[in-house]
Design a protein around this ligand. Structure first.
Ligand code: ANZ
Ligand code: ZN
Length: 843
């Protein structure tokens, strides 16, 4: 019989769906297991082979858990609002919903063709009004609990998306999405108080099983620091409050810096003699990103305030105040005391503006460089702190400041509140209205969902108004509070809104009374295993933990954390078509000839295509035209082969380059497995010669799946099939059963077909039990021992593991090579190390 994946795969996909094989059951008495992948954003480019890697990985886990008797929930849906669809719609004059639905249909067909055991009966899309009703409902609860507020803000503005970005969406000063320049703009924005949860978001990382790198990234992003706030007197009469992590260095503070946006500048305007210069500097700073402004290496700039000075409270010295862009308005108090001897930026600034540098911690050469590695030194030039360790000095100075009423200990976080407004069309409407009399008012919950109206044009505007602002019929409404005229909010929610709670909806996807029923939430929470990309660590993963904690606080969800365990997959990479070694050999030759050498040819490519050309292997992307679409491979070699390869390609947690030759190698495993049917022995027995290998394989494959070592699990199955082949005597039904079940999570279609064709048991393979192993039987019954003569290895022999010393020595001497060497010689010493070696000393 021929292995015809083209008929087998659709056949089983249909059967599974008909039988509801992967439908999770709410409230089943079975133990539950909730596996989650980050639901896809259905982009216009369709699925490439990198996308399904995490879906297949957790599918292997989910399928194994079902075989182990769990009630498994493994759902999927669509994160379907967002800019790319909207931008495409603008360009092509179509509606974003239409093209999003088309993209969803294509993604769905592609994912289904891979036989992933998703429970399709629970499919959701964030753009469905029945779904976003609850996204809006959560927003209203946040508002009612004081966690959503509107504020005039200096925000990040992407010049190309024409839209506000959250801090997390600005990467190295450019838009995370499109790579364009990000500038600052003052706008009134809806904000969510994630900062109120900063400490709990750190603390509760101890409650969950996350990879260390994820935990660290979240902690660093939240950026807790401890220090003090100190008030400095100024000649203007106002106290200038600063935040410092090093109050111990107060005696070394020789000047102060306030951020160019600090409110005192306006307040002091009539006292300052150089307002013109200051205003010019403010304008210059506004054009820079925070990233640019705080870069250590950057040339320091600033303007000294003429007319207002400050006083260092510990020594009553008069010190100047500057404005400089390296101090951010959004962190701490927007003002610092500068300690040039022990801070790099302050040092650079002091050198440039010729300010005194006073050493206060012993150990550096502070006139030639800042001595910053000084957390453990001894204080000098510091009055009451002299001679103390830094640690003790921190305590003492804080006490001193508190006694004097001019300062106190303070914890600070880098985390900022979450900018939640987007001036775009394709998102959830924010369910708020503005009344001249009553201010911002939430709409009544009974009016949810607040549907996104149809508009004629989605063009974003340079003024920063959402396209919805033009829909006067929709915008004009009545105030829920006084009944007078009011206007709807025209900004929409960011793409991160719908994904902040979607895993809850899967638990009870068609509930119209609540986001999910209490029973469903009790039964399924928390997600047991969540796999997703590292790029979401400080975005989605943090946002959704925040929303979940809030929902926990108001009694909606039963657990403080949404996800018990998090893992992260590596990316699948493609060949860089701009790298010399990936060019067709004729072109390579031509280029090398033209430029004189391989290096020069590559340099020319770099010249043309940029730095990136030097990397032979890069992220798959449409622009590089190195994207591999799984559809052709599924058609040609089968979904099972593609699945096997995706799992075999390398360590799941690391990135790996795609290789089409590698896919074919995995097809061979499928072919050899298929061929086992030809030599089926009609016996349920496990033959002794295969027993150890089978038990070992059950153990290894099972453990490897749990630790995401899918590649070595498959390698084990490959080795086992080799061994079966070598023994050359076919396979018993009992043995084939075990092999089939071990292979099933990886290659579900072919294993179902073999299960059925060979009548290996009642029902489908996916309904069986995961095979069990006997620890005793995983131990080799024979061991290989080394035979040495005078300490040199001369041969290796196989002996029973429990062999006696006499028998081992006899077996060694009987070995052909050894027998020849010892013939006619006298053996003066015989050593046996059990299970390891025999050493014969001869004369
Ligand atoms: C005096 C000092 C002495 C400082 C010293 C550092 C070293 P982290 O640790 O990241 O929380 N700072 C405070 N507010 C700032 C702002 N709005 N913009 C830029 N820098 C600001 O950083 C806290 C330190 O960064 C503070 O401690 C302050 O400089 C500076 F040897 O105060 B330090
Ligand atoms: Zn009103």
């Amino acid at each position: 019989m021929k292995y015809d994946h083209r008929s087998i795969e659709p056949k089983w996909q249909k059967k599974w769906e008909e039988k509801g094989a992967f439908h999770a059951e709410n409230g089943s008495p079975k133990e539950k297991f909730y596996a989650l992948i980050e639901f896809p954003y259905p982009s216009g480019a369709g699925l490439h082979v990198g996308h399904p890697r995490p879906y297949i990985g957790l599918d292997v886990v989910a399928r194994k858990r079902r075989l182990q008797g769990y009630n498994v929930l493994y759902p999927i849906g669509w994160d379907a609002f967002g800019l790319p669809a909207e931008n495409y719609a603008i360009k092509n004059h179509v509606h974003p919903e239409g093209i999003t639905r088309e993209n969803i249909a294509r993604y769905k067909r592609q994912i289904q063709s891979l036989g992933i055991s998703f429970d399709w009966s629970r499919e959701i899309a964030t753009i469905d009004p029945e779904y976003y009703k609850w996204t809006q409902w959560i927003f209203l609860q946040l508002y009612k609990h004081g966690l959503a507020y509107k504020k005039e803000m200096n925000v990040n503005w992407c010049t190309s998306c024409k839209c506000v970005l959250a801090n997390e969406e600005v990467v190295n000063g450019v838009c995370e999405r499109c790579g364009s320049e990000v500038v600052h703009k003052v706008k009134s924005q809806w904000m969510l108080k994630i900062t109120e949860y900063a400490q709990r978001l750190i603390d509760d990382l101890d409650k969950v099983d996350y990879p260390e790198r994820v935990r660290l990234q979240q902690k660093n992003w939240i950026g807790r620091s401890t220090g003090a706030e100190v008030d400095f007197d100024t000649s203007a009469g106002d106290k200038l409050k600063i935040y410092t992590t090093r109050p111990d260095t107060l005696y070394g503070a020789t000047y102060m810096v306030i951020s160019p946006e600090h409110p005192y500048i306006e307040k002091w305007a009539d006292k300052l003699d150089n307002m013109g210069e200051i205003r010019e500097y403010q304008a210059q700073a506004a054009r820079k990103s925070d990233f640019e402004r705080t870069e250590v290496a950057k040339e320091k700039t600033g303007v000294k305030l003429l007319g207002v000075t400050a006083v260092n409270p510990v020594n009553d010295k008069e010190i100047p105040i500057f404005i400089s862009d390296y101090v951010l308005v959004s962190y701490g108090t927007g003002a610092i005391m500068a300690v040039p001897a022990h801070d790099d930026r302050d040092w650079d600034f002091a050198k440039k503006f010729n300010l005194p540098i006073i050493e206060v911690v012993k150990g550096g050469e502070v006139q030639s460089a800042a001595f910053t590695d000084c957390e453990t030194g001894i204080m000098v030039n510091s009055g009451i702190l002299d001679g103390l360790s830094v640690e003790d000095a921190k305590v003492k100075i804080t006490e001193f400041l508190e006694e004097k009423g001019i300062g106190h200990a303070k914890v600070n976080y880098k985390l900022r509140d979450w900018v939640f407004s987007r001036q775009r069309y394709w998102g959830e409407p924010i369910p708020m209205v503005y009344c001249e009399k009553c201010g911002w008012q939430p709409i009544d919950e009974s009016e949810l969902p607040l549907r996104l109206p149809q508009v004629d044009s989605y063009e974003p505007t340079d003024t920063g108004e959402s396209p919805l602002a033009k829909m006067t019929d929709w915008v004009n409404t009545t105030c829920p509070h006084c009944g007078g005229p009011a206007k709807r909010e025209t900004d929409t929610m960011p793409q991160w809104a719908g994904s902040s709670w979607y895993f809850l909806r899967y638990m009870d996807p068609s509930n119209d009374k609540a986001l999910a029923s209490k029973e469903a939430l009790e039964y399924w929470s928390p997600v047991d295993w969540y796999n997703g990309g590292m790029e979401h660590t400080t975005l989605h993963l943090l946002y959704s933990r925040f929303w979940h904690k809030f929902l926990y606080d108001i009694g909606v969800v039963p657990t403080p954390e949404p996800y018990g365990k998090r893992t992260s997959h590596g990316m699948i990479l493609g060949l860089n078509p701009h790298n010399l070694q990936n060019l067709p050999s004729s072109e390579q030759k031509k280029l090398i000839e033209e430029h004189g050498s391989q290096e020069k040819a590559q340099a020319a490519l770099r010249e043309q295509f940029g730095e990136m050309a030097d990397h032979p292997i890069v992220k798959m992307s449409k622009s590089l035209n190195n994207v591999v679409n799984p559809d052709d491979l599924v058609e040609e070699l089968g979904a099972d082969t593609v699945r096997l390869y995706e799992m075999f390609i390398g360590d799941f947690e690391k990135s790996a380059p795609w290789s089409t030759a590698g896919v074919k190698g995995c097809r061979r495993l499928a072919d050899r497995y298929w061929a086992l049917q030809d030599n089926l022995i009609d016996s349920e027995d496990i033959r002794p010669e295969l027993e150890t290998s089978l038990h070992k394989a059950i153990k290894k494959v099972g453990e490897d799946i749990e630790t995401l070592k899918f590649n070595t699990a498959i390698a084990t199955l490959m080795a086992l099939i080799n061994e079966i082949g070598q023994k050359g005597k076919g396979i018993t039904r009992g043995e084939l059963k075990i092999f089939t079940l071990l292979l099933n999570p990886f290659a579900p279609h072919i294993t179902e077909e073999v299960w059925e064709a060979c009548a290996l048991g009642e029902g489908m393979a996916c309904q069986q039990s995961w095979p069990e192993y006997d620890e005793q039987k995983t131990k080799d019954s024979t061991v290989e021992i080394v035979v040495q003569i005078k300490g040199k290895v001369r041969s290796r022999i196989n002996v029973p593991a429990d062999i006696s010393k006499e028998d081992a020595l006899a077996a060694a001497k009987a070995d052909e090579k050894i027998a020849a060497e010892i013939a006619g010689k006298e053996i003066v010493k015989e050593i046996y190390v059990p299970g390891k070696l025999v050493n014969l000393v001869i004369k």
